[in-house]
Design a protein around this ligand. Structure first.
Ligand SMILES: NC(=O)c1ccc[n+]([C@@H]2O[C@H](COP(=O)([O-])OP(=O)(O)OC[C@H]3O[C@@H](n4cnc5c(N)ncnc54)[C@H](OP(=O)(O)O)[C@@H]3O)[C@@H](O)[C@H]2O)c1
Length: 212
């Protein structure tokens, strides 16, 4: 599988390394081609750097591993507003959250819907925003596999994202269409607040067996 990553920061490196180890071909792009080249070298293997305007045609899925404030700029470099991402699975791991307060930075909607609105035809999936990049790949006991909650409107894009989550060693829970993204993004703020309050968020949600 060919996986594209827009971003040259911590999450891009962590996901790129984990997926490359799992056998995917990684393509890195960003606003700075020298940084993209350096990150591709850091990830290693057959990882390549590529111009943002060319990445959509090279990959099966594209992850936008950028600060949420940079989303519109990134989409412009990718040609998203001109339709370059039409039909493409676009994974949004961003956290539009005020890290001081844990509140969502967007007054309404979500970063994922912002992407869908700015990149006509893109099959946007919200995913991978809650767990730190250092969580991947998960290599612990199978019964403790992390569950990555995702949402999106396109079935094939959700399935492709689920297969990428599987390659990280995790499982997927599909929570609904893209209109569920605000709740998913708010969950990140909740997690941050629990951490700031001095507790482990793992113990801040009930242990519920779905079959019960
Ligand atoms: N790190 C994690 O563990 C983690 C986990 C889950 C979700 N996330 C989310 O993933 C996203 C990236 O996190 P990160 O930790 O990788 O952040 P980071 O290390 O600070 O990297 C941010 C990336 O965004 C790019 N960027 C910022 N403004 C931009 C703009 N205006 N136009 C184009 N690119 C821009 C930066 O480009 P330059 O290098 O050129 O400055 C850099 O590649 C964030 O939304 C974060 O909330 C992170």
């Amino acid at each position: 599988m060919n996986v594209g990553i827009f971003g040259t920061g911590n999450l891009a490196i962590a996901l790129g390394r984990a997926w490359a180890t799992a056998g995917a071909d990684i393509w890195i792009t960003g606003r700075d081609s020298a940084r993209a080249g350096a990150v591709a070298a850091k990830i290693g293997g057959p990882t390549r750097a590529i111009d943002p305007a060319e990445i959509a045609t090279a990959v099966d899925a594209l992850v936008l591993a950028v600060s949420w404030e940079g989303l519109e700029d990134a989409l412009a470099l990718l040609g998203g507003p001109d339709g370059s991402l039409a039909g493409k699975t676009v994974i949004d791991p961003t956290n539009p959250v005020d890290f001081e307060t844990g509140r969502l930075a967007l007054p309404s909607g979500s970063a994922a819907e912002l992407i869908a609105g700015s990149a006509p035809g893109a099959q946007v999936v919200k995913a991978l925003h809650l767990f730190a990049g250092t969580s991947w790949p998960y290599v612990g006991p199978a019964e403790s596999r992390p569950v990555v909650a995702i949402c999106g409107d396109d079935r094939a894009a959700l399935e492709l994202t689920a297969s990428l989550v599987d390659r990280l060693g995790a499982e997927t829970a599909i929570l609904g269409g893209i209109d569920a993204a605000r709740q998913l993004e708010d969950a990140a703020g909740f997690v941050m607040r629990v951490v700031v309050a001095g507790q482990n968020p793992r113990r801040a949600v009930p242990d519920v067996e779905p079959s019960a």
